[in-house]
Write a protein that binds this ligand. Sequence first.
Ligand SMILES: Nc1ncnc2c1ncn2[C@@H]1O[C@H](COP(=O)(O)OP(=O)(O)O)[C@@H](O)[C@H]1O
Ligand SMILES: [Mg+2]
Length: 259
Amino acid sequence: MAKRIDVKDLDIYYGKFHAVDSVTLSVPPRNVTAFIGPSGCGKSTVLRTLNRMHEVIPGARVDGDVLLDGENIYASNVDPVQVRRTIGMVFQRPNPFPTMSIKDNVVAGLKLAGGAGNRKQLDEIAERALRGANLWNEVKDRLNKPGGGLSGGQQQRLCIARAIAVRPDVLLMDEPCSALDPISTLAIEDLIGELKKDYTIVIVTHNMQQAARVSDQTAFFNLAGVGQPGRLVELNDTEKIFSNPNEKATEDYISGRFG
Ligand SMILES: Nc1ncnc2c1ncn2[C@@H]1O[C@H](COP(=O)(O)OP(=O)(O)O)[C@@H](O)[C@H]1O
Ligand SMILES: [Mg+2]
């Protein structure tokens, strides 16, 4: 549960394209870190290297280290499938299995990992995850109905329930609210505040108010120009980033002068 992340000198490539240059950052446990910056600066790319999802793209590779509580997730003896299990990901568009029941959606990851128990244990895990995702009260009478029948906001909380059902150490979220209405967005933001008690969370958001509301520290990424690699410009306490950042580029971005 809730582990620390240390990224050291991470360079990220898509084939010959150097997408992200030399990122070094740390995320303490039980902390929410927001990634902000203009489109194309590498926020999603960096996020996907934190659970080894980047390398599933043909030609994609990384150079550098990502440590989870001091253990390098890129070490040669580490199984990337196991890494993706302990470092869960929630995507921009909710992606439940639409015809699968709500309950089966929640425990889908456990079944894939071969860690499923008997029916009663699965019911308990599903309830705990749905409660953890603030969705239980809305779905407890329709657990056997298809996941695709839920609203967008409910589907995203269902995906969060699926991610936490396997008891990960870290939750990565890539613009998890960008397809949601404002009420559902607030529900997810409240949930992130709750989940922070148990998990280490990294969230990419294009919404600076959201970064200010949900995160403890904020990483501002930028790129010098088209075809140039993205860089981490500044990582600081969220309050500092939004009131008195160290770098002029951060100031220009948060005050809306570009991006
Ligand atoms: N699958 C891919 N193949 C090649 N280049 C990619 C791929 N995904 C992203 N990129 C490139 O990497 C850079 C960073 O993209 P991305 O991480 O998606 O930025 P952000 O999330 O900050 O908008 C961009 O130049 C983008 O075009
Ligand atoms: Mg992105």
